[in-house]
Design a protein around this ligand. Structure first.
Ligand code: PMP
Length: 299
């Protein structure tokens, strides 16, 4: 991904994509003192930009450092990056990390760096294809106790668990892994939150007390309530999963992704998922609409 045309915002300057490099003795690389965001651009505008930038600041604070650029400055830098790279529909990755001035666990005075990269990333899958649903296995690794890590930070270190789990899922022929938390309760997928449509039509989702309360999660809860669905946040055990009628994931990249299988339990993405996908597409300003007939054939 490093050998391509384009420009990356790096500590206040635009530099060539290929030259956006760090030293091998970077603290962020050795000790995971790094936080990031993942954002989507729709029609040239970053969806919920300020929420993402504020979360980036907050993640850094939870990791014990302060990003030396204000929310306004970071938002303005996004415009520069999107224009320089001509992005209309894409993804943005801001990243902040401790630099290479001192080597060792303690690096109180290392420079805090910030980079912002963006690339074109249209939706490859039609809503109809997405309605087939993805396959999840139960992850071999669990989300840690909040006493073990700053679990609400979008911190690189926490993604070690996600990458291990996702790689194992892919190795076994699944698309992704559903992670339990340290108590054994259902938590989230490796890069997205999870929702279950229960037999009575209510939508249940785990309480985000040890994982990211996703911006998409919060948006979708609002859309679901506006559409008249009851949304319940509660502890969900793995044995509750099979009762669900529909299951879907939410995330900036995942948007709303229907789930067709979790371990041995199978689900048919249906009306609730479809209604929310349409509402989300409307909100972000995406044109295409899912037709009921097409989705039925895909399901
Ligand atoms: N959980 C994890 C582990 C994630 O990486 C993401 C994606 N940022 C989410 C949940 C969903 O968060 P959001 O909706 O803010 O993208």
């Amino acid at each position: 991904f490093d050998d391509r045309d384009g420009q990356i915002w790096f500590n206040g300057e635009m530099i060539e994509w290929r030259k956006a490099k760090v030293h091998v003795l970077t603290h962020g690389l050795h000790y995971a003192s790094s936080v990031f965001e993942g954002e989507r651009v729709y029609n040239g505008t970053v969806f919920k930009l300020t929420e993402h930038t504020e979360r980036l600041h907050e993640s850094a604070r939870q990791m014990g450092f302060e990003i030396p650029y204000s929310v306004e400055e970071i938002n303005a830098a996004h415009d520069v990056v999107l224009k320089a790279n001509g992005i209309a529909d894409g993804y943005v990755r801001p990243l902040a990390w401790r630099g290479s001035e001192m080597m060792g666990v303690s690096a109180q005075h290392n420079r805090i760096n910030l980079a912002i990269a963006a690339w074109e990333w249209p939706s490859y899958f039609s809503p109809e294809a997405r309605m087939a649903g993805i396959k999840l296995m139960i992850a071999p690794w669990r989300r840690p106790d909040p006493q073990c890590a700053p679990v609400h930070a979008k911190a690189a270190g926490l993604y070690m668990i996600c990458t291990l789990s996702k790689h194992e899922a892919e190795r076994q022929g699944y698309h992704d892994a559903l992670m339990l938390d340290w108590r054994g309760q259902v938590a989230e997928a490796t890069g997205a939150n999870v929702f279950f449509v229960m037999p009575d039509g209510a939508i249940h989702t785990p309480i985000p007390d040890c994982f990211l309360n996703g911006i998409t999660r919060q948006t979708v809860i609002g859309l679901a309530r506006d559409a008249g669905y009851e949304v319940v946040e509660r502890a969900i055990m793995p044995e509750d999963i099979a009762q669900a009628r529909e299951v879907f994931l939410t995330g900036t990249a995942a948007e709303i992704t229907p789930v067709g299988q979790i371990a041995d339990a199978h689900f048919t993405p249906g009306d609730v998922t479809r209604t929310l996908i349409d509402a989300y597409d409307d909100l972000v300003g995406r044109g295409h609409k899912l037709t009921a007939a097409a989705s039925v054939s895909a399901a």
